[in-house]
Design a protein around this ligand. Structure first.
Ligand SMILES: [Zn+2]
Length: 414
């Protein structure tokens, strides 16, 4: 039976969102947390963007030494041979790529403005797939941008051409959040049946339907006999009104009426890491989690009105569909209300040693020299993120100083 796999695109769609961004260390922490959760793949960045190079290489190194494993790390580029060439020059060890090109009449006319025909689109894409294959990539997804506004027959033609040239998956992008559950189910099913490849669902939330559409699309793909891949972002952060929220997609796949009985989410997924990853993304993006966010919002398990409070006290299942402990919630959070020493870009050795010795897993340095080396990296990490680092980041730097140094090296390359 085909399954649903999750590809989180926070480190690609999330960071390309207006007004929002992540430091390279923050992107790395997200890959580490996605790996801990058992997510299938992280779309971890842009191999043709120069300031991403050290970060991408460093994360592949972390995969190599088993720190980020078995999570797949995939890059996103345009489906043109020139981008493939740049990618393998910048990041030679990259194994997984998504090659993106617009397929709708709107984009062909409105974006390319007569410079490309539908045949040119397929030609660019197949040449890019060929080049990626030749460069030795392990998996290739051909992305149809604005697929939901593309004629389905052309999408099938696009998919068949990609398949013929060795693509492993087709990404169906509902780039503008235009689909509904019925249309995306039909398109997912048709593509799975007629192309005969796994289909990825990339849904946006402009009409508030990203999670529902992702699930419905995946149901269509699986009913069409293929594996389905759902693109998510943490807290739904993404272009405009965002993408399908990672936690809500997992909850919907596991808890919605009849779905878990009929469709299998590939795993195991450690849902108990949900609260941690949502809180980290909120801290890193500096965007609060909405109070009513599924599973991780502060009201997700709060009850006040008489009938509800009484009901939930008698039996939580009266008014809760799932338990807060399943999401890794329920532990008291420690907030310092007295004197506090922070790490920072202008910090010194004594404050830093104090912070490190007070961590839940305290770090003691063998000598002052080692402490100074780590402090210097922490300073640079602070320069990049402009906020005090959290414990996991400090521990990461102390444990992998060589890799942290690469992440923090942002000097424009010659
Ligand atoms: Zn997108």
């Amino acid at each position: 039976m085909p399954k649903i796999y999750l590809i989180d695109v926070t480190n690609r769609d999330g960071v390309q969102t207006a007004r929002l961004g992540l430091s390279k260390l923050e992107k790395t922490m997200i890959n580490i947390y996605l790996n801990e959760m058992g997510i299938f793949q992280s779309e971890f960045g842009f191999p043709t963007t120069r300031h991403e190079i050290n970060y991408l290489r460093a994360n592949l190194e972390l995969a190599e030494i088993g720190v980020i494993k078995p999570l797949r790390l995939g890059g996103w580029i345009r489906a043109i041979p020139a981008d493939v060439e740049t990618t393998f020059r910048n990041v030679p060890d990259i194994d997984h790529l998504s090659l993106s090109i617009s397929t709708s009449d709107q984009m062909i006319n409105g974006k390319f403005q007569g410079r490309k025909t539908k045949d040119d689109i397929i030609k660019d894409m197949t040449e890019a797939v060929d080049a990626t294959r030749a460069a030795g990539a392990e998996s290739i997804a051909a992305n149809a941008e604005d697929a939901s506004r593309t004629d389905i027959n052309y999408l099938v033609e696009f998919g068949l051409a990609a398949k013929e040239h060795g693509a492993d998956r087709i990404r169906y992008c509902d780039t503008l959040g235009y689909d509904n559950t019925f249309t995306i189910y039909d398109n997912g099913r048709t593509m799975a049946e007629k192309i005969g490849l796994p289909i990825e669902l990339h849904c946006h939330n402009d009409l508030g339907m990203a999670v529902a559409n992702s699930i419905a699309g995946a149901m269509g793909v699986i009913d069409g006999g293929q594996d389905a891949y759902i693109n998510t972002t943490i807290n739904g952060i993404g272009e405009r009104s965002g993408n399908a929220d990672l936690i809500a997609v997992i909850l919907a796949a596991k808890k919605s009426k009849d779905i878990a009985q009929r469709y299998e989410l590939a795993g195991p997924i450690a849902l108990n890491k949900a609260y941690k990853i949502a809180k980290f993304a909120s801290y890193a993006f500096e965007v609060p989690i909405p109070i009513n966010q599924p599973g991780v919002g502060s009201n997700a398990f709060a009850h006040e009105s008489g009938i509800h409070a009484d009901g939930v006290l008698k039996d939580p299942e009266n008014y809760e569909l799932y338990n807060y402990e399943e999401l890794g919630r329920g532990e008291a959070e420690f907030v310092e209300t007295g004197r506090e020493i922070c790490t920072g870009e202008y910090g010194g050795i004594s404050g830093f040693s104090h912070v490190m010795s007070k961590l839940e897993a305290p770090v003691k340095f063998p000598d002052r020299e080692k402490a100074s080396e780590i402090l210097e990296l922490v300073r640079y990490a602070n320069v990049e993120s402009q906020k005090p680092l959290i414990e996991d980041q400090l521990l990461f730097i102390a444990k992998y100083p060589g890799i942290a140094k690469k992440l923090l090296t942002l000097t424009p390359l010659a």
